[in-house]
Design a protein around this ligand. Structure first.
Ligand code: BEZ
Length: 234
């Protein structure tokens, strides 16, 4: 429809449902991923350098995401045969930063109609009207969007940060905590405020020795890397 304005999905909302053709057959998203975490991400175009470096990186890390019970789903506004040819070129011809023979086993959606890209706010006209930006939607096992990243065409994503986000979301859910700036597994975590853990005075005078309080609203506690790792993928 002309001039139709599609609202972009937001954190905390159900991921909009769609069916699509991919390099691994048809999928229904997010329904096919119920009970798993998933990452729906877009790239601007096949056969472009930044995207190739990203796919080689993501493809090389696929098992690490599998171990987190997290499935990857790519998308661009290219056709299926372009996707297939590009992925074959990556596997057969490109060696980059020690990565070679990288086989992309996760589905890559063809979206020539731009239906999915428009629904997810992946086409951002200030950047391009014909290519998707580098969007990343983190969807939980119930199909709820939990984090969204958007990067411009010229900047490749940080895949260690993408993995840290999945680990962080799973840790926050499993332990009922929040995570401070630059948190990594093994670092102290933030104890929730708002009555869940005694009064502000109790917290400041914690006798258990488990908490460190910097002020009444800012208390942390230890959470071991082993404890975090025991819950990952759950
Ligand atoms: C790239 O992936 O290299 C790229 C794609 C679209 C615009 C600019 C760069």
């Amino acid at each position: 429809m002309e001039n139709e304005i599609t609202r972009m999905p937001s954190i905390g909302e159900k991921a909009p449902s769609f069916e699509a053709v991919t390099t691994q057959g048809k999928i229904k998203f997010p329904e096919d991923y119920k009970g798993k975490w998933s990452i729906l991400f877009s790239h601007p175009a096949d056969f472009t350098p930044v995207c190739t470096s990203e796919f080689m990186t993501f493809g090389s890390m696929a098992q690490e995401f599998e171990d987190l019970n997290c499935q990857l789903v790519g998308l661009s506004i290219d056709g299926l045969y372009s996707h297939i040819a590009w992925l074959r070129t990556i596997k057969e011809k490109i060696e980059y930063k020690g990565m070679k023979n990288v086989e992309i086993m996760f589905p890559l959606i063809e979206d020539i109609s731009m239906n999915v890209a428009n629904t997810y706010g992946m086409v951002q006209p200030g950047e391009s009207t014909t290519q998707a930006v580098r969007a990343v939607f983190f969807v939980d096992p119930k199909g709820i969007i939990r984090t969204i990243l958007y990067y411009p065409l010229s900047l490749g994503r940080n895949f260690q940060e993408i993995k840290r986000i999945v680990i962080g979301l799973q840790t926050a859910d499993n332990f009922g905590v929040a995570l401070p700036a630059d948190w990594q597994p093994g670092d102290d975590v933030i104890v929730p405020t708002a009555g869940s853990c005694g009064t502000a005075k109790d917290r400041m005078e914690d006798k258990t020795g488990e908490m460190t309080c910097y002020d009444w609203f800012f208390c942390t506690k230890k959470l071991s890397k082993e404890a975090v790792e025991s819950k990952l993928g759950k």
